[in-house]
Design a protein. Structure first.
Length: 256
């Protein structure tokens, strides 16, 4: 009997210990998120770049220059699936960076992407978006987490994502919503992410090429080291202003 109670006591201690460790992990994660959110909201600009930081600045610029207006892609792109990884902890940082799963692009890029979606629909395919417009604060954080600028843009210059002229995406089957086979997972920082990699299943190569051909036909250019990343009107990228407007701020504005 004493042995029975001893075993019960040990189980109870172990359960309390596991709960305590899990609770500590949750508290640690919550603290990291709170710290990151505070940093993002401070809208750091360590290199004194020309960045639109406020809604007022954004409205003033876009009233004169409609090219810089950001379009909410949900509802604008037919059959689109938003799989915004940075709004979860399922990304290379291991931390939720965005507080909302949203995807925006500047107006010309959004219009071009809609043409791609229409073409894909005729093939029974749709677009999955991993990321579009990215507030500059996120770029500052990404560089701290991963320093290789092959895969992470330098905050010294800003990213085309910060301009709203870059998109990360893949394809899916309209019939059953399953993702098409591609060379790698999103944000796989390896040789398989490169367009030069050919040691892949034939289906993955075909799907990569299909997406590439359609994107390039409407003015996007591929990034050689990441099959999922495309820049719109890259030679004229400077006309799209760097931005550090958060999704919550864009939500209160009417779509254009």
């Amino acid at each position: 009997m004493k042995r029975y109670f001893l075993i019960l006591a040990l189980f109870a201690i172990a359960a309390v210990s596991c709960k305590s460790n899990a609770q500590k992990q949750e508290e640690h994660t919550a603290a990291l998120k709170a710290e990151l959110l505070a940093r993002m909201q401070s809208k750091e600009n360590p290199y004194n770049l020309n960045i639109l930081n406020t809604v007022e600045e954004y409205l003033e610029i876009t009233a004169k220059d409609t090219l810089n207006r950001l379009v909410n892609l949900e509802g604008y792109i037919p059959n689109v699936i938003l799989d915004i990884r940075y709004a979860t902890d399922n990304n290379f940082t291991g931390t939720q960076v965005y507080t909302m799963p949203r995807a925006y692009l500047v107006r010309p890029a959004a219009r071009a992407l809609k043409i791609v979606a229409d073409s894909l629909a005729k093939l029974g395919l749709g677009i999955v978006i991993y990321d579009g417009y990215r507030p500059y604060s996120a770029t500052v954080y990404f560089k701290e987490v991963y320093s290789d600028t092959t895969f992470v843009a330098s905050p010294r210059t800003g990213s085309n994502h910060n301009r709203g002229s870059a998109v990360d995406l893949t394809l899916y089957h309209l019939a059953d919503s399953t993702y098409c086979l591609m060379p790698s997972e999103f944000d796989t920082f390896s040789e398989k992410a490169s367009w030069k990699c050919m040691d892949l299943p034939d289906e993955a190569i075909r799907n990569r090429q299909l997406l590439g051909d359609l994107m390039e036909s409407v003015g996007f250019s591929k990034y050689e080291d990441e099959w999922w990343h495309y820049n719109f009107d890259y030679s004229n990228k400077e006309i799209y202003t760097l931005k550090n407007i958060f999704f919550e701020e864009l939500e209160v504005l009417a779509d254009y």
